[in-house]
Design a protein around this ligand. Structure first.
Ligand SMILES: Nc1ncnc2c1ncn2[C@@H]1O[C@H](COP(=O)(O)OP(=O)(O)OP(=O)(O)O)[C@@H](O)[C@H]1O
Length: 227
């Protein structure tokens, strides 16, 4: 299991009271599967991802990432765990304007302290996996929105994370390109045995997900397991 959220409650201060963003949420995501998370605006989807990414510590409950319980870990250990085990794809690809597609990926390996030569090969392999081998030398302004998001996904996979978290990765794309990005995430998840959580508003994109979880008012409803 690459992600285990068990009985997680998260509240935010809201004036004199507290707002419950996540209410006893339990979600276990095995490797090689995509769990899509849907729900109305403000229901808690981004909060769920923030907790799974270990960026926010819940009030109660446990979070285990790639077999490592996060309770009691200090900031440095959490950063190490994130670097090693978590890939994050945000809504808008935050690519560096002056770098080529391949360099966007290689930067990740440099942050991780890996040797540059191995990083180049790995970047090319991942760009090939997302269908952009022939765009490796292009800078962001020379790529389409869908291509930029594919670079973004490849970059999130650069350190071979056990857990891939994607927050509305298709929101800047039209339906067709959005569907292609979701299909790509699903294929990469199955091939690389990543555990993937995909937050989206667009239910039309979800036919390829292994499981759809619904958040409402901070509560998570999962489909009953198949008999
Ligand atoms: N930092 C914060 N401080 C206070 N309240 C917050 C904070 N972040 C989120 N909230 C509140 O927590 C609830 C859940 O927010 P969250 O961003 O997780 O929802 P969401 O489902 O991702 O929404 P959307 O689909 O609009 O992005 C909302 O009521 C929101 O207003």
């Amino acid at each position: 299991m690459s992600l285990e959220l068990t009985d997680v409650t998260l509240t935010y201060s809201d004036g004199d009271t507290r707002l419950t963003a996540l209410d006893r949420v339990t979600l276990h995501v095995p490797r090689g599967t995509v769990t899509a998370v849907v729900g109305p605006s403000g229901s808690g989807k981004s909060s769920l991802l923030a907790v799974a990414a270990t960026l926010v510590t819940p009030d109660s409950g446990t979070v285990t990432v790639d077999g490592t319980p996060t309770a009691g870990l200090g900031r440095g250990d959490l950063t190490d765990l994130r670097r090693r085990a978590v890939g994050i794809v945000f809504q808008q690809p935050s690519l560096l304007p002056s770098l080529t597609a391949a360099e966007q990926l290689q930067v990740m390996a440099a942050i991780d302290g890996r040797r540059p030569r191995g990083a180049r090969g790995r970047a090319m392999e991942l760009l090939d996996a997302v269908g952009l081998a022939d765009r490796a030398g292009h800078r962001p302004h020379q790529l389409s929105g869908g291509q930029r998001q594919r670079v973004n996904i490849a970059r999130a996979l650069m350190n071979d994370p056990a857990l891939l978290l994607a927050d509305e990765p298709t929101s800047a794309l039209d339906h067709e390109r959005g569907a292609a990005v979701v299909d790509l995430l699903v294929r990469l998840t199955h091939r690389r045995a990543t555990a993937t959580v995909l937050v989206t508003h667009d239910r039309g994109l979800l036919t390829a997900a292994d499981r759809i979880a619904e958040v409402r008012d901070g509560r998570l409803a999962l489909p009953a397991p198949a008999p």
